[in-house]
Design a protein around this ligand. Structure first.
Ligand SMILES: [Zn+2]
Length: 509
């Protein structure tokens, strides 16, 4: 069975069968039953999260002759024709291949005509961000004066590329990434439905690789089921997906803990030989460390780590060999390495050296100064308290800055460019550099105003431009509240790191 066939076979025929987008379904069904449907919708979200399925369901519901509580009946003449893909009043346009003004002009001509067989003419424009500026203008004219018998459903993976004038005329729905437990449940059902045999761990890995998209998950499941006659294992999935096997990475950590240099080098060679880029390998290693850190920090890590029970047990076992500080510093160090690797002719050697360093018993150097380290140790090395900014830090010409030096320099330059912004920054209570992300924390009770100012788009842009110049790489700024950390001051450090990683999880993953 081809993947498309399997995916199509499981395409939802009503809203109840749509997976993981309850907020969208609730609103649409409500609008349909109250006959309050908008004339234009914009569905946005990452690939495979159900945008096209939703557009088709809405189009069907708008033409169903026997709508029940906003659900299409799937029995009336219109529903049956639509399910067969044989209905003239639902027009699908792929903007990726029909980008131009001619197509939209053509559309504008045609929308004047009443529906041929249904109640409502529905235009579904997929990947709408691909339209040219001229085509958008033409579309805008249509959206400004929409004929009553027409509904537009625009879908996009990149809503930021759509002109505001268009956005403001659409009702918007943001499609969420589908949580892994829901994906796994769905995959389990589909596998059973086509008599496929697959282990729970393998299902978990597929869900993880799909990154919240059901279509990708089903595609991978299908490839696995058709490639193997026996029960599909996690190794089979790894093989098909071409990913570095997590187990080998855990083994690598184990050998580093044992300081077994020969085995480290052997494993590294094996991992490199897996056909993945060094960048991808580095990402997988950092991801493994991140998982260990979560396991060491949180009572119930399962909800934040997409891995089977056995894998979590192995991660915990190897994690016990390292302190939280070591793991965290390692993540910092590898984050720095990532940018160095981009400018190196031998990125593989840089990574190898870093892994060997871990085995020498030399704690990997943290990116913080000694003075801050004392503050930090108290706080489990997670949040670096914002130092006073009146300290003068000389620019280091030709040197790419990082960590605390970078923060100091950023504050100095912001002070030179914009005094009030500097003051808002002074309202922050801490910051963390991780990979290419700088997270700045504000106290919700005391410095909400400061946070609001710091995170204005123009202020973020200014700071990101400065950071880019200073660090020689792109660093993204995130601004977060940290009141939960204040409130938990009395709690032990285990709880604190949990709170903090609650924030980090969003972007490490
Ligand atoms: Zn119907």
């Amino acid at each position: 069975m081809s993947y498309l066939a399997l995916y199509r076979k499981h395409r939802p025929v009503n809203f109840a069968a749509l997976v993981g987008q309850d907020h969208v379904v609730r609103t649409l069904k409500n609008a349909l039953s109250k006959n309050m449907v908008s004339h234009a919708y914009l569905l946005s979200g990452v690939r495979g999260t159900g945008k096209t399925s939703t557009a088709k369901l809405l189009a069907k519901a708008l033409n169903c002759l026997d709508l029940v509580d906003g659900e299409p009946c799937n029995k009336c003449m219109n529903c049956l024709k639509i399910n067969e893909g044989n209905f003239m009043d639902i027009i699908e346009i792929d903007a990726a291949s029909n980008r131009g003004i001619d197509e939209i002009r053509d559309l504008r001509e045609k929308i004047k005509f009443m529906p041929v067989e249904g109640k409502t003419k529905v235009y579904i424009i997929d990947e709408v961000h691909m339209l040219t500026g001229e085509a958008f203008n033409a579309l805008l004219k249509t959206l400004e004066e929409p004929p009553g018998h027409i509904v537009f459903i625009l879908a996009t993976t990149e809503p930021h590329k759509i002109p505001l004038t268009i956005l403001s005329r659409c009702q918007k729905f943001d499609f969420h990434k589908i949580p892994s437990d829901i994906l796994i449940e769905r995959l389990r059902f589909i596998a059973a439905d086509c008599n496929g045999r697959i282990t729970e761990e393998a299902l978990t890995l597929i869900a993880k690789l799909a990154g919240g998209g059901l279509r990708d998950a089903i595609s991978l499941l299908d490839q696995c089921l058709t490639s193997y006659d026996n029960e599909v294992t996690v190794e089979d999935v790894s093989q098909i997906a071409g990913i570095v096997e997590d187990k080998k990475i855990i083994e690598l950590f184990q050998q580093i803990a044992d300081k077994n240099v020969t085995e480290i080098m052997n494993l590294y060679e094996e991992l490199k030989g897996g056909g993945k880029s060094i960048g991808q390998l580095l990402f997988n290693i950092v991801e493994g460390l991140r998982n260990i850190l979560i396991i060491k920090s949180i009572q119930k890590p399962e909800q934040f780590i997409i891995a089977g029970e056995e894998m979590i047990r192995d991660l915990k076992k190897v994690g016990d060999r390292f302190t939280k500080e070591e793991i965290l510093n390692w993540i910092y160090k590898l984050g720095e390495l990532e940018s160095k690797m981009k400018y190196s002719n031998h990125p593989d050697i840089l990574l190898e050296v870093e892994l060997l360093k871990g085995s020498t018993g030399n704690p990997v150097t943290p990116t913080i100064t000694t003075e801050q380290k004392s503050t930090n140790t108290k706080k489990e090395n997670t949040i670096i308290e914002t130092p006073p900014m009146d300290e003068d830090v000389k620019p280091e010409t030709g040197v790419k800055l990082d960590g605390e030096k970078l923060w100091h320099r950023l504050m100095v330059i912001i002070g030179e460019k914009n005094k009030s912004l500097e003051a808002y920054y002074k309202g922050s209570v801490g910051h963390v550099f991780m990979d290419n992300i700088l997270t700045i924390y504000f106290d919700e009770n005391k410095s909400k105003f400061h946070k609001d100012r710091v995170e204005l788009p123009e202020n973020i842009e200014l700071a990101e431009v400065i950071l880019r110049k200073l660090a020689g790489r792109k660093i993204k700024i995130l601004v977060e509240f940290t009141n939960e950390i204040e409130e938990t001051k009395e709690k032990n450090s285990e709880d604190k790191i949990t709170e903090i990683f609650g924030n980090n999880i969003k972007y490490i993953n």
